[in-house]
Write a protein that binds this ligand. Sequence first.
Ligand SMILES: NC(=O)c1ccc[n+]([C@@H]2O[C@H](COP(=O)([O-])OP(=O)(O)OC[C@H]3O[C@@H](n4cnc5c(N)ncnc54)[C@H](OP(=O)(O)O)[C@@H]3O)[C@@H](O)[C@H]2O)c1
Length: 341
Amino acid sequence: MLKVAIVGATGYTGEELIRLLVDHPKVKITSLTAKIDKPQNISEIFSRLSGRIDLQCANLENVDDVAAISHLVFLALPHRVSMKFAPQFLQLGRKVIDLSADYRLKDTELYGTWYKVVHSSPDLVQKAVYGLPELYRAEIKKADLVANPGCYPTGIILGSAPLLKKGFVDVSEIIIDAKTGLSGAGRKAALDLHFSEITGNLKAYKINQHQHMPEISQELTNLAGESVKIVFVPHLVPLNRGILNTIYFKKSRKMGLKEALDLYKDFYKDEPFVRVKPSGQFPQIKEVFETNFCDIGIWTEQHSDTLIVISAIDNLGKGAAGQAVQNMNIMYNFKETAGLL
Ligand SMILES: NC(=O)c1ccc[n+]([C@@H]2O[C@H](COP(=O)([O-])OP(=O)(O)OC[C@H]3O[C@@H](n4cnc5c(N)ncnc54)[C@H](OP(=O)(O)O)[C@@H]3O)[C@@H](O)[C@H]2O)c1
């Protein structure tokens, strides 16, 4: 059995990792740590895990102790915190899947601009593999450090990849309207995330200022082979989990709906977690809830210059913990869908 440690086990993505890994046929969870005052059984912290796992969650005091009882470490930590621990685990010969943004941006100066801190291990950033299996499966297989993608970027990149790879759309301005549930912000308390602030409400935030913008641009530019400009408008919706992205493209050549759907179906034909909807059907958050699927729907007409792609994921599933488990399966040659379907 592969022995895994989860650091940041008391957060939302940590909880979701535990939920997925307790049922995984090839994995044993051997270490749970976070920033907590005194050790506590994880099923007391998350009572829905009661009867499924009996393990203490302790304060992360000593990296050596965690490494001694694990082969692979999931870092479900805030950005800026992960980069304190990833180098230590790697130094001790452990593989790491980091759910934070710390190893996603190849340009560490850009990381500094967006995350307001100087990166402390820029060498590792270059070695890290961006953990989006649909684009980087071969590299993930050989990786010691996987930078698990952000939740918004996952659905947006998957929703854009086929068109950008073919060069079928104008890359001078792609407009992305995105809507997320609240668990995307993590478990810590914040005034603007209170039930009474959010319920019955819908609002845009961080327009063209969201920290996921450089990550989205990096990957869309890689796909297109030229600089891609985006306009990104995220919204908060009164849901617990789920992200719906509506992406507006201007076509650079004539393309009808059938051709666009065939392009996407062919691009993702071997992908177990990307489902392209038939003509006239569009993704819904409830259909990807607590799954590792990314659902994609397309609208266009032959005479229209516009092509709209809608993608939906569960931010804690394909947008975080599910994708991290998929990456683990690839790294260790397990069945890619193990523990996820
Ligand atoms: N939520 C999502 O949908 C989502 C999606 C994709 C990626 N991510 C990324 O995944 C990471 C975790 O997100 P999350 O939503 O799970 O956050 P979260 O709910 O805030 O959980 C963070 C966890 O890290 C622990 N922690 C914080 N500082 C620590 C330290 N110095 N030492 C040890 N443990 C520490 C926290 O413990 P305390 O609670 O005691 O501080 C908590 O267990 C973040 O980088 C986030 O950006 C999140």
